[in-house]
Design a binder for this molecule. Structure first.
Ligand code: ADP
Length: 253
């Protein structure tokens, strides 16, 4: 009898989970369709109107570039998600210096942070051991955290990226002074297609895939991702990665 009850409740839980996923996928399709509208109308109106004014041409150019980048990011995320889900994503692990990955990820967003007047702090511990990393996937996980800070914590315009070694766990933290994350959203944000309630209400662009992809990438490295937050006090996301070279030995472990 116990077995029957056990299986039945497992089945109910699994059904509820797949219903929730299906609902989020529908929201995602609606969201993507909505996201496609803006760039398409920018491109269409820029193509139709005969503009002679150099200033207007420049404005159109900037708008097309901005919208194009947003679309490209979304397509990249969808491809990354599809690759992971289908098991096609292959990881190529090589010893890597985490500080190099941080530099490369920061360089990609440097212009955006500078132009928007952000204060970006970097705190990297000296003499960090290396990590066994698929550089592309770890870099994309770091970039997702930076991009989210840009999107959601623009009110604070402050970010700190820090890396330290805690008993051979490399901890890479991206902290911001944005709105933080509502307790009700915390369990969901690492699930695919999940978007926070406040974010949906404010119509900030996104697919709800970034953190779920980051979580999968970090897990492939034998690590995990965590978040520390308080509403109104910002959010701090941490990647926990095993160090390649051990620097500590605990006999009881
Ligand atoms: P997306 O940004 O496309 O919505 P993510 O998976 O990257 O997808 O993030 C999921 C959700 O987590 C976001 O919709 C948002 O509610 C929340 N979130 C992520 N990063 C932050 C942050 N730095 N500050 C506040 N909320 C965040």
């Amino acid at each position: 009898l116990l077995l029957v009850f056990g299986s039945a409740s497992l089945l109910v839980a699994a059904t509820a989970r797949s219903r929730a996923l299906a609902k989020r996928q529908m929201e995602f399709v609606a969201g993507v369709s909505h996201e496609l509208r803006t760039p398409l109308s920018v491109i269409q109106s820029a193509g139709f109107s005969r503009v002679a004014d150099a200033d207007r041409i420049r404005q159109y150019g900037v708008a097309i570039q901005r919208e194009g980048r947003r679309l490209a990011e979304m397509v990249e995320q969808m491809l990354a998600y599809a690759g992971i889900q289908s098991g096609r994503r292959q990881y190529d692990f090589q010893p890597a210096r985490i500080e190099d990955l941080v530099e490369r990820a920061l360089a990609e967003y440097e212009t955006q942070f500078t132009e928007a007047g952000w204060q970006v702090e970097k705190e990297i511990e000296a003499g960090l051991p290396r990590v066994e990393a698929d550089a592309r996937s770890l870099e994309s996980a770091i970039k997702n955290l930076l991009h989210n800070a840009l999107k959601y914590a623009a009110g604070g315009k402050w970010l700190r990226i820090s890396v330290r070694n805690a008993s051979d766990q490399i901890l890479l933290t991206v902290a911001d002074r944005g709105p933080g994350i509502d307790a009700a959203d915390l369990r969901g944000i690492f699930e695919p297609f999940y978007r926070g309630r406040g974010v949906l209400a404010s119509a900030t662009s996104g697919s709800g895939l970034g953190l779920s992809i980051a979580r999968r990438h970090v897990a492939a490295h034998g690590g995990r991702i965590s978040v520390h937050t308080a509403p109104g006090k910002g959010a701090a996301f941490t990647l926990h990665l095993p160090a390649l070279e051990r620097t500590t030995y605990d006999e009881t472990a």
